[in-house]
Structure formats: structure tokens, C-alpha cells
Design a protein around this ligand. Structure first.
Ligand code: COA
Length: 260
């Protein structure tokens, strides 16, 4: 598995820790359907393989991920719950081993919402978290409309999800979804060290503790993800989303004034 490239997701074993690295620097690690499929497969593999004791998701020293690849979404929109993006979201939400993330630079859309499913999140000083769903004519996904208010409180979650403006690492830590803020050149190494520390502890304790932490919310998360998914898929075909996506790709500001 070491060093294997799967469509811009680099999957490696570092001791007992599986690292999943976004590796598409020319597009700020924007995630295509093929990359979601690779992530979903890797999580399934990690869950089934006893030699994997923890998983760390990270990007580069300058970019975590710009979120969904907007070009890919336009030309190849996810059709249903079997689509790679929803398979990834399901797998990340039910993953039973410690799941960590290290974030530098932009973490946009799903780049931020996936963090709500991680157990520990480490951010570099350059980290910028944004959920610009409204700016794209879309709505929240990944159960973020449930999980963000749960960690940050209703009003802070509403501000983040309605405005879609980016926040920095200190604000994200204050909101409750970042554990520690570090210099950019230390983030990934520190997160890996923390993952390896968890990997040395009894796997049974990790499993049971995580189950106990999460079980109260599990059913609600699945229901919210399904409800969000239905809205999201419908909104992807809306004229507002098409205008927003085209504007991004044409490098202009979107104009929503003609839509009611
Ligand atoms: N989908 C497709 N391509 C993307 C992308 C995305 N989500 N994000 C960035 N890219 C591409 C850009 O089009 C650009 O491509 P080009 O060099 O061929 O023109 C390249 O990646 C670099 O992006 P750029 O915008 O020049 O980098 P930046 O450092 O100025 O800004 C971001 C980085 C992430 C803040 C900015 O790219 C951005 O806002 N991206 C869109 C994020 C988004 O809306 N994601 C969807 C959430 S649901």
C-alpha cells in the first residue's frame, strides 16, 4: 500500500497509521468523484485491516482542499447515495478507529465539514475554513447542519453556514472543531505523532471510547445526511448553482439578482 497513488489521493502506511493525503496541488487539492471513491475505498480498507490502528487525513503544507471540484460537479453531478461523495461521507461518519486531520491553507466546503467527523483536528496558522454553500446556491452537507451547531452553538454555526465566509484557525479552535493551532511546518508531523500515540494504545479502548462518544448522535447524523443530500442534489441542478459554478470557472463574480 506504501506510496500508492490513487487518482490524486496518496495512501501510505506510516507504522500503524494510514495516511490519506490530498495530492492535486495544481487545483488546490479540489476533490473529484475519483478521489472520493479512492478515499471511500481506503477508509473501508483501513476499517477492515487490523494492522491499521488510526487514520490521518492531510493536504500539503499550503492547502488542505478547495472542496468539491466544481468542474467535475458540473459535468458529472452525484446522482444518489451510491455516488462516490456520499459513499465517502457515509464511511467517514461510521468509521470506528481514531480519525485525525491536519489542515494548512484552505479547507473549503467538504474540506471543513469532513473535519466534524474527525476525532482530532490540528490546524496550521495559514488554515482557512469556509463553508460557502450559500455563495454557490447550495446547502450544507456532511451533516454539518447538525454537527456544527452541536460543536459551536447555533448562532456561530448559522453565521458560518449562511454567510459562507472563511475563518482562521484561532476562531475555528474557539468554535470547537480544532484541537490545536501550530506553525504550518509542524502541523502534519504533529498530527502524525498524535495518531501514532493513539495507535500504541489498546485498539479495543479506542473502538469502545469512540463508539460511546458517537453513539448518541449516530442515527441523527445518518438522517440529517440523507435529508441534506436530497436538498443538495436538487440544488446542484438549480440556475443559482449553475450561475455560481460558471462564475467561478470564468473567474467573475456571480450575479444572483435575477433569481427569486
Ligand atoms: N474546483 C475546481 N477547481 C478549483 C477549485 C474547485 N473547488 N478550487 C480551486 N480550483 C482551481 C482554480 O480554478 C485554479 O485553476 P487554474 O489554475 O486552472 O485557473 C487553481 O485551482 C488554483 O486556484 P486559485 O483560485 O487560483 O487559488 P487561490 O489560492 O487564489 O484560492 C481557494 C484558493 C481555495 C480559496 C479558491 O480556489 C476557491 O475559492 N476555490 C473554490 C472553493 C469552492 O467553492 N469549493 C466548493 C465548495 S462546495
Amino acid at each position: 500500500m506504501n506510496g500508492e497513488f490513487k487518482m490524486s489521493i496518496k495512501v501510505q502506511m506510516q507504522g500503524a497509521v494510514m495516511t490519506l493525503a490530498f495530492d492535486r496541488p495544481d487545483k488546490k487539492n479540489a476533490i473529484t468523484a475519483a478521489m472520493y471513491a479512492a478515499l471511500a475505498d481506503a477508509l473501508e480498507q483501513a476499517g477492515a485491516d487490523a494492522s491499521v490502528r488510526a487514520v490521518l487525513i492531510h493536504g500539503s503544507q499550503t492547502a488542505f482542499t478547495a472542496g468539491n471540484d466544481l468542474q467535475d460537479f458540473l459535468s458529472n453531478p452525484p446522482q444518489g447515495e451510491a455516488s462516490p461523495v456520499f459513499r465517502f461521507l457515509h464511511n467517514i461518519s461510521v468509521f470506528t478507529k481514531p480519525l485525525l486531520a491536519a489542515v494548512n491553507g484552505p479547507a473549503v466546503g467538504i474540506g471543513t465539514t469532513l473535519l466534524l467527523h474527525c476525532d482530532l483536528v490540528y490546524a496550521g496558522e495559514s488554515a482557512r475554513f469556509a463553508t460557502p454553500f450559500s455563495q454557490l446556491g447550495l446547502c450544507p452537507e456532511a451533516a454539518s447542519s447538525l454537527l456544527l451547531p452541536a460543536v459551536a452553538g447555533y448562532h456561530r454555526a448559522a453565521a458560518m453556514l449562511l454567510f459562507g465566509e472563511a475563518i482562521g484557525p484561532l476562531q475555528a479552535r474557539e468554535m470547537g472543531f480544532v484541537n490545536e493551532v501550530l506553525p504550518d511546518d509542524k502541523t502534519i508531523a504533529h498530527a502524525l505523532e498524535r495518531a501514532q500515540a493513539l495507535a500504541r494504545l489498546p485498539a479495543s479502548s479506542m473502538r469502545v471510547t469512540k463508539r460511546l462518544l458517537k453513539q448518541g448522535q449516530q442515527q441523527a447524523i445518518a438522517q440529517q445526511m440523507q435529508a441534506e443530500g436530497e436538498e443538495f442534489r436538487a440544488m446542484l441542478g438549480s440556475p443559482e448553482a449553475r450561475e455560481a459554478f460558471s462564475a467561478f470557472l470564468e473567474k467573475r463574480k456571480p450575479d444572483f439578482s435575477r433569481f427569486g
